[in-house]
Design a protein around this ligand. Structure first.
Ligand code: AMP
Length: 420
């Protein structure tokens, strides 16, 4: 027997049961996005490596260790996208979307790729729901973004989550903080892990990303960014907190939160769900007022977030209303022909309709209907054709009634009512 081929480590299949919930989560997010006036964009999965190196940062874990980068057959350096923000910004600049009001609020949904160590909740191909808002500097935009994120979580009835909030300041106040952090870390060099010893010199803020207990211990005494915020950044952060309170959104101030990407300025936030394991962050985001310029565009403030679908899904209760099909039990070729008219008619009015392609006995067709959790079964056999009436059977109550043999709208309301 030839050796079976399996998925690559860290990659996985999404089977129909999970895919159905996936679809429900996406649909809910899409509904919320349209309430907030966000419009969908679709982006390539492969981009030039330089896009991510310049935006996410050369010395971040993502760019240093985790990207799927390679030279394609033409010799171009390309990478599978590890996140969506850089690509949306590239698109925004490439198509000069600055002045188009409908291009200010965008979302995209799709797979991302990072070669991290696989574990529960961490995959090498994972899916994000990503939203970005361009052109607004004031903290009201930040509050709206966070409100939109919590609206999605609430609509999905995610029971318990924490919203962590911090401000990373602007390049000016961050510079002062970086200097202070460098000074603080200077004589702690020996206590840091080899990665952080390097980070200390190249990009000291990234020390806060470190998971090692030794480094976390050292950082307990470290200066905090919030102590270094300039007046403008402080006011921005205070106004945001005020708006969140007005929205009734609870948050936890977390001065250690830095998030693993270099492009953030001012507001950053992360949503965690307690009790789901080590990978408890289900969403994260922040403001990136300088990124558009860094990537060669016109200075434009912006803010965004990404929800990790793989982690969120297990925390979303199953939707109450599961769609159920109507099943057509057809006995004999003539019945099949009438049945096919029903199939066309019912699907046209938006009703999920199933038939048994094997055309087995009535018993086996009803079994199949039960397997599919059909709410109703429309039975047509020789007798029914003779009488000119089909039988509509309620699969829960087993009640049966006679209905017209040929498709007609009389029973639509009844069937639609049986959807849930
Ligand atoms: P980030 O793009 O790093 O800000 O991540 C945003 C969200 O994406 C995180 O909060 C996670 O929920 C999700 N995420 C990031 N990396 C992974 C991964 N390797 N596997 C599954 N989900 C991930």
């Amino acid at each position: 027997m030839p050796k079976r081929i399996q998925t690559i480590r860290g990659f996985r299949d999404i089977l129909p049961q999970e895919a159905q919930k996936w679809w429900y989560v996406e649909r809910t997010a899409r509904d919320v996005f349209s309430l907030f006036g966000f419009r969908e964009v679709k982006l390539p999965i492969l981009e030039q490596t330089a896009l991510f190196a310049r935006s996410i940062g050369e010395t971040t874990d993502i760019v240093e260790k985790e990207m799927y980068s390679f030279q394609d057959k033409g010799g171009d350096n390309v990478s599978l996208r590890p996140e969506a923000t850089a690509s949306i910004v590239r698109m925004f600049i490439q198509h000069s979307l600055y002045q188009q009001p409908l291009a200010a609020k965008l979302f995209t949904i799709g797979p991302m790729f990072r070669r991290e160590r696989p574990q529960k909740g961490r995959y090498r191909q994972f899916y994000q729901i990503d939203a970005e808002m361009f052109g607004f500097e004031r903290p009201l935009a930040d509050a709206e973004m966070i409100f939109m994120l919590t609206t999605i979580l609430n609509q999905l009835k995610v029971a318990e989550y924490d919203l962590h909030l911090n401000s990373l300041g602007c390049p000016q106040c961050r510079q002062a903080f970086k200097e202070a952090l460098k000074r603080f870390l200077e004589d702690k060099h020996q206590k840091l892990c080899p990665d952080c010893q390097r980070r200390r010199l190249l990009n000291p803020l990234r020390v806060f990303d470190c998971k090692s207990e030794g480094c976390k211990e050292v950082l307990k005494e470290a200066p905090l960014i919030t102590q270094y915020l300039c007046q403008d950044c402080k006011t921005h952060f205070e106004s945001l907190k005020g708006y969140l309170e007005a929205f009734g959104i609870a948050y936890l101030l977390d001065p250690y939160l830095v998030r693993g990407l270099d492009y953030y300025t001012r507001t950053i936030f992360e949503v965690t769900i307690p009790g789901i394991g080590a990978q408890s962050a289900v969403a994260g985001g922040g403001r990136y007022d300088n990124l558009i310029e860094v990537l060669g565009g016109r200075s434009t403030p912006a803010i965004g977030f990404a929800i990790g679908m793989d982690r969120l899904l297990p925390c979303v209760p199953d939707p109450d209303k599961e769609a159920r099909p109507i099943f057509l039990a057809l006995l004999g070729e003539e019945a099949v022909k009438i049945g096919l008219k029903w199939v066309q008619f019912l699907r046209k009015v938006g009703i999920w309709t199933e038939i048994d392609y094997r055309l087995g006995s009535l018993k086996s067709q009803l079994n199949r209907a039960n397997h599919l959790k059909a709410k109703f079964c429309l039975i047509i056999g020789e007798d029914e054709i003779k009488k000119g009436k089909a039988i509509l059977r309620d699969m829960d109550t087993k009640e049966q009634l006679n209905v017209a043999l040929e498709p007609n709208s009389e029973i639509i309301e009844k069937l639609k009512g049986g959807k849930n």
